[in-house]
Design a protein around this ligand. Structure first.
Ligand code: HEM
Length: 407
């Protein structure tokens, strides 16, 4: 399957991936991991329902003891299908559009804070936005103390590696810190939300889980899943997209002046080039077949999403360049596999793009917005993705009234 890319992308700026990295064998990496080659093979493996989740510390987090139900990310089969079917209503375009006024108000508030302070770190603002938006969907809205975003950040802090088989060094200190972070999140954020919804159910995930008789512990692990899958990822993407556009005035202008469809196309293309989660993993628990090929039980696959997304046989010869108007083969999503595919495909994909766009357009419209400090771009081996920290922005240089760009 070959995409016919238009000769010479009409998009300006020669934007390339910011975070592309050569895959390094991680600490104690397994030599028997099967590395998928290219977009088609990667997608076929993701779509194969019999393969199970092997990433995101599945061995630790995906097999809770004592008959406890695992979070959606690690569920399989009918139980998983039923959970996805029942929770899909929180993520439909209609539901997401109904969050529009809340997202707009929050984005205005955060950008107002930037104006008041003069300069702030964008990665702090994007974390607050992503956490508050996803919390509304989940129902984490009754916290006893502010600062939930910092409590959530703690879940992906530390030098663990989630690649299946990677050596996890025993660290009593890390275990204590993680236990403390989970305990605080439960006491300050999850428990009060459960109590409030037991009294008055709402139209959110926690209320639904209570309806299904989920225990406090099961609700806690589901909330941690949403916190890392939905909040941490969106935060990184917003920071990356802002940074890419701030460095390319023409791209930024095309984004800010574009229609919503055109803006979303730019965001999808930025995400294709820099997928937040670069590696996904799957395992065959029983003998199976993928695309007509036999896969013996015990096979574990490493799926490099960034490489798959830059496959020239699908994305076109200019696959490593940004071109939101590229012609894609039927069935290929503009963001490639950045939201996964198959049964575990990200339910929050539309929400993530919508909230990113609402915030970024409000931010990038300010003509006098400038970079004060470039971010450090590092890797997080728990999430298997990039982190941008310290992107400091200034708006409304001293003595001048802030000016919005003319659109
Ligand atoms: C730019 C932002 C985001 C990115 C890049 C992203 C990426 C992904 C990817 C790649 C997966 C598939 C994991 C796998 O197949 O192993 C996934 C699953 C998931 N995402 Fe997202 N996500 C984003 C935002 C969100 C948001 C906003 C939410 C919810 C509020 C969310 C909730 C989830 C959940 C619950 C799953 C697990 C689904 C399942 O296993 O059935 N994500 N995400």
């Amino acid at each position: 399957m070959t995409a016919s890319s238009p000769p010479g992308c009409p998009m300006s700026g020669h934007t390339q991936s910011l975070t592309r990295h050569t895959e390094q064998p991680t600490n104690g990496a397994r030599t028997d991991l099967i590395r998928a080659q290219g977009y088609e093979e990667t997608r076929a493996l993701l779509k194969e329902a019999t393969l199970t989740q092997a990433g995101f510390l599945a061995k630790l987090a995906g097999q809770p003891q004592g008959g406890i139900r695992p979070p959606v990310l690690y569920m399989q089969g009918e139980e998983h299908t039923e959970m996805r079917r029942a929770t899909a209503r929180y993520f439909t375009p209609t539901a997401v559009n109904s969050y529009g006024p809340m997202i707009a108000a929050l984005a205005d508030e955060l950008i107002g804070e930037l104006h008041a302070a003069g300069e702030l770190n964008l990665d702090d603002l994007s974390l607050r936005l992503a956490v508050q938006v996803a919390s509304t969907v989940v129902g984490l809205t009754d916290s006893r103390l502010p600062g939930m975003e910092k409590r959530i950040e703690a879940f992906v802090t530390g030098n663990m590696d989630s690649e299946p088989g990677a050596r996890v060094k025993a660290s009593p200190l890390r275990d204590t810190l993680m236990g403390g972070a989970v305990g605080l999140f439960f006491m300050l954020d999850v428990k009060p939300a459960i109590q409030a919804r037991r009294k008055a159910p709402q139209d959110d995930l926690i209320s639904y889980l209570l309806e299904r008789d989920y225990s406090d512990q099961e609700i806690l692990t589901e909330c941690i899943t949403y916190a890392t899958a939905g909040m941490i990822t969106t935060r990184e993407f917003i920071t990356l997209a802002a940074y890419q556009m701030l460095q390319r005035p023409e791209l930024r202008a095309e984004y800010v002046h574009g229609t919503e469809k055109e803006r979303h196309a730019i965001l999808h293309e930025l995400l294709r080039l820099d997928p937040v989660v670069t590696m996904l993993y799957r395992r065959a628990d029983q003998d199976t077949q993928v695309d007509g090929k036999a896969v013996p039980a015990g096979s574990t696959f490493a799926l490099n999403i960034q490489t798959a997304n830059a496959d020239p046989t699908v994305m076109g010869e200019d696959a490593e360049q940004l071109c939101p108007h590229r012609t894609l083969p039927r069935g290929v999503q503009p963001q490639g596999l950045a939201f996964g595919d198959g049964p575990h495909r990200c339910p929050g994909a539309f929400l993530a793009i919508k909230e990113s766009d609402m915030f970024l357009r409000r931010l990038l419209i300010w003509n006098d917005l400038e970079i004060v400090a470039h971010p450090a771009v590092t890797r997080n081996e728990i999430v298997k993705g990039y982190e941008l920290r310290g992107l400091r922005l200034r708006v409304g240089a001293k003595g001048k009234r802030p000016q919005a760009a003319r659109v």
